[in-house]
Design a protein around this ligand. Structure first.
Ligand code: GLN
Length: 498
């Protein structure tokens, strides 16, 4: 058998079922790897003993003929905003230091039923607010392709851990791009499902109407397998949808003949790095060569998506984060005079600058004098954005766009100018505002050898179409198989006209 680090999660799962490698061997290999690569700062908590106990348990279940899922025994990681019973969950914030949830998120339970072996919790921007994983209380995660660069965010730890080979897949959350953009920066495949497809019970809320959890993995097939395990109705989340779980992996045919791929012109205009544009358009040609049809159209709502997203996300965040007051969860300031002072000091000292900025912005747009002008207006524009997507999907089956305007920036470059950083979310936030499924996958490398990502967007519950288009692309390309450090110079793409 080849090196287990070259295997996808599904390939490792198959090797485990065939007895070629045991869950304990896989978990030990991953834990050793994490030790070697720990300077990447991907993990905020490593639960080695629990992982090894769990691996032994799965081994026994497999021996007894139970636990036959395709991912049984495969080591994975969870973003630190996903509640794990008995394991600290901090959202990479000082204010949640010491918080140990008394329950598992529904997603964690469902993956557990499929035999997942969790290695630990991965780093993120504080409360998932950010695009670089630099706002983490624990310090930044580094991009495995170039350690002077960011891995993206906010699920940067998850993307870096998968790219580095620390684990075979990870689960992140995506409110405005936080799975897709780090997946693009780190050269892995990541998917945000349709809003409601995966229960949010146990995901610590940032903006409840936009948040979704989803996988970051080596390829589309691995993402399909994870989604098969976690999708579906959950009585504990009233917004979860009654969709049949399973079937996505089985539906991956790679046949895209006749599939209409929409290219919205407004996603390829000014501000897009030429190497990224070229990579995405080349992906379109690859799909065309497999029989898909390319359809171009204007998509002018793009100009409204950033302000709309940042008003709605900040408004919901300001409300959601009011519960962190030093009384109910985690950390509490030491010296205080009375209850108000306790709240004030805990929140002043416990939250970082970006989180405070969002709380201030959110409280402002929700305040009596400004509610109609900003928040209500943003909700109306959100409706228009949703309608623009509905119209687009009368013309095409899936849309293809960039994930981010550039490849990964250097550490420290983005935080100095938050507005500029917000603008870099332009291609991802609309997908959350419209509640759609979106997938990011590697489609090339720029002249610096950094991965380029492209995004496939589907209609509501069009996960099957999106995953199948991605799978078709990955059957014909090997960008998703390349690993950091393997001759990066040779991986740099020559600029060629599409
Ligand atoms: N970068 C966006 C933000 O800061 C998206 C974050 C996310 O998806 N969690 O809000």
């Amino acid at each position: 058998m080849s090196d287990i680090f070259d295997l996808t999660a599904l390939e490792l799962g198959a090797a485990i079922r065939q007895g070629e490698v045991s869950p304990t061997q896989a978990a030990r290999a991953a834990l050793d790897r994490m030790e070697e690569t720990k300077e990447n700062g991907a993990f905020v908590a490593v639960t080695a003993d629990r992982a090894l106990d769990r691996a032994r348990e799965i081994e026994q279940q497999l021996a007894a003929g139970k636990c036959a899922g395709p991912l049984a025994g495969v080591p994975m990681a969870l973003k630190d905003n996903i509640c794990t019973k008995g394991v600290s969950t901090t959202c990479a914030s000082k204010i949640l230091t010491g918080f140990v949830p008394p329950y598992d998120a529904t997603l964690v339970e469902r993956l557990g039923e499929q035999g997942a072996v969790c290695l630990g919790k991965v780093n993120m921007d504080e409360f998932a607010m950010g695009s670089t994983t630099e706002t983490s209380y624990y310090g930044p995660t580094r991009n495995p392709w170039d350690r002077e660069r960011v891995p993206g965010g906010s699920s940067g730890g998850a993307a870096a851990a998968v790219a580095e080979g620390d684990c075979w897949y990870a689960v992140g959350s995506d409110t405005g791009g936080s799975i897709r953009q780090p997946a693009a920066y780190c050269g892995v495949t990541g998917m945000k499902p349709t809003y409601g497809a995966v229960s949010r019970y146990g995901l610590i809320a940032y903006a409840s109407s936009l948040d979704q959890m989803g996988p970051l993995a080596r390829d589309a097939a691995d993402c399909a397998a994870v989604l098969d395990a976690v999708m579906g109705k959950d009585p504990r989340d009233g917004t979860s949808l009654d969709v049949p779980a399973g079937g996505l992996l089985a539906g991956l045919t790679g046949d895209v003949r006749g599939m209409k791929i929409g290219l919205p012109a407004d996603c390829f205009g000014d501000g897009l790095d030429p190497a990224v544009r070229q990579g995405v358009l080349r992906a379109a040609q690859t799909l065309k060569a497999r029989g898909a049809e390319l359809v171009e159209f204007d998509f002018p709502v793009m100009q409204y998506v950033i302000p709309t997203y940042y008003i709605i996300a900040a408004a919901e965040a300001s409300s959601n984060l009011s519960r962190f007051d030093g009384v109910k969860y985690g950390w509490r300031a030491q010296d205080y005079e009375d209850l108000t002072d306790l709240y004030c000091r805990t929140r002043t000292q416990g939250f970082g600058a970006e989180v405070k900025r969002r709380i201030l912005l959110g409280s402002f747009v929700l305040s009596a004098g400004y509610y109609d002008a900003y928040y209500k207006k943003a909700l109306q524009v959100k409706g228009l954005i949703k309608k623009a997507f509905d119209d687009a999907f009368t013309r095409c089956d899936v849309m293809l766009t960039p994930v981010a305007p550039t490849t990964a920036p250097k550490l420290g470059e983005s935080l100095s100018d938050p507005l500029q950083m917000y603008l870099s979310d332009i291609y991802t936030v609309s997908v959350n505002l419209a509640g759609l499924p979106g997938l990011s996958m590697p489609c090339g490398f720029d002249e610096k050898g950094l991965p380029i990502g492209c995004q496939l967007i589907g209609p509501p519950l069009g996960e099957d179409k999106v995953l199948n288009a991605a799978h078709a692309f990955q059957l014909d390309t090997d960008y998703h198989k390349r690993r950091p450090g393997q001759g990066q110079a040779e991986q740099a793409e020559k600029k060629e006209a599409v």
